[in-house]
Write a protein that binds this ligand. Structure first.
Ligand SMILES: NC(=O)c1ccc[n+]([C@@H]2O[C@H](COP(=O)([O-])OP(=O)(O)OC[C@H]3O[C@@H](n4cnc5c(N)ncnc54)[C@H](OP(=O)(O)O)[C@@H]3O)[C@@H](O)[C@H]2O)c1
Length: 257
């Protein structure tokens, strides 16, 4: 399409978490189609293998590595397997996440722990493991954390999720500060509502349809709406950006509704 950002990612190896579905699967296809070698990770092996086969059928290079981000051992083994399969990792897209909607008073301590373990601790452990190999190879690198506008505003019945994403925003800035000396840039993207398996059912409901009316651009985002921010943050054109949070939300955050 005329006007689309073109970016050549050849020579770049990108590890993407939460790549078995939605935004992560799209990022894998989109970056592989621009020449990146991708390592796709998540828990569902069958979905990852389908994705790798699709990318390979289009001439791209992809590897599937099963990782559960709530397990430090799985992360350690997964990053080692990724490096063995694909060589040094230049970029990490920390995208895996869960978003159960429930009121705080209807949530168990275990429910809360699961959200924080996946969305916040999982992102931290994965970034640390990948950063260690970036430091070792003295190459620098780029890490992109998938936050959410709910890390910057409040919403009903999403306290664990919103708290995990607010933590991820702060984690992004802390990591950016600590790792700048190694040439590792750390930034976040804060999407608004994007149509994926995480959100599709909700936006079929009356409450979901009402919510769409509060988005100034009056539509649900599509996974392609995040291509600009992700390509910018992967590119050397953003080499002076670290600790930033790019919002892509159709204006939801600036709306007073
Ligand atoms: N869709 C939106 O409106 C929206 C808005 C803002 C931010 N986001 C963020 O964007 C990211 C992707 O969301 P999405 O909409 O694409 O959702 P999705 O389609 O439900 O995908 C979530 C991904 O996370 C993976 N995942 C969940 N738990 C995991 C675990 N313990 N270990 C490893 N992987 C795990 C899932 O893979 P397996 O189940 O195979 O493990 C899946 O690939 C999330 O961080 C989400 O919070 C989404």
């Amino acid at each position: 399409m005329a006007g689309k950002i073109t970016a050549d990612l050849s020579g770049m190896t990108i590890l993407i978490t939460g790549a078995s579905s939605g935004i992560g699967a799209h990022f894998a296809e989109m970056t592989a189609s621009r020449g990146a070698q991708v390592v796709v990770t998540a828990r569902r092996r069958d979905k990852l293998e389908e994705l790798v086969a699709d990318i390979a059928a289009k001439g791209g290079r992809a590897h599937a590595v099963t990782v559960d981000v709530t397990s430090a051992t799985s992360i350690r083994d997964g990053v080692a397997a990724a490096v063995k399969a694909a060589g040094p990792i230049h970029a990490l897209i920390n995208n895996s996440g869960v978003a159960p909607g429930r009121p705080l008073l209807g949530e168990s301590a275990e429910d809360w722990d699961q959200v924080i373990a996946t969305n916040l601790s999982g992102a931290r452990h994965m970034a640390v493991e990948v950063a260690r190999q970036m430091v070792e190879q003295k190459s620098g690198g780029t890490i992109i954390n998938m936050a959410s506008i709910l890390g910057l505003r409040q919403g009903s019945h999403v306290t664990a999720y919103a708290t995990s994403k607010a933590g991820l925003v702060q984690l992004t800035k802390q990591m950016a500060l600590e790792w700048a000396r190694y040439g590792i840039r750390v930034n976040a993207i804060a999407p608004g509502y994007i149509e994926t398996p995480m959100t599709a059912a909700h936006f079929e409901t009356d409450a979901g349809k009402q919510q769409l009316l509060r988005i100034p651009l009056r539509r649900l985002g599509q996974v392609e709406d995040l291509d600009g921010p992700i390509l910018l943050l992967l590119s050397p054109s953003s080499s002076f950006m670290t600790g930033s949070v790019l919002v892509a939300d159709g204006g939801h955050l600036i709306s007073s509704l």
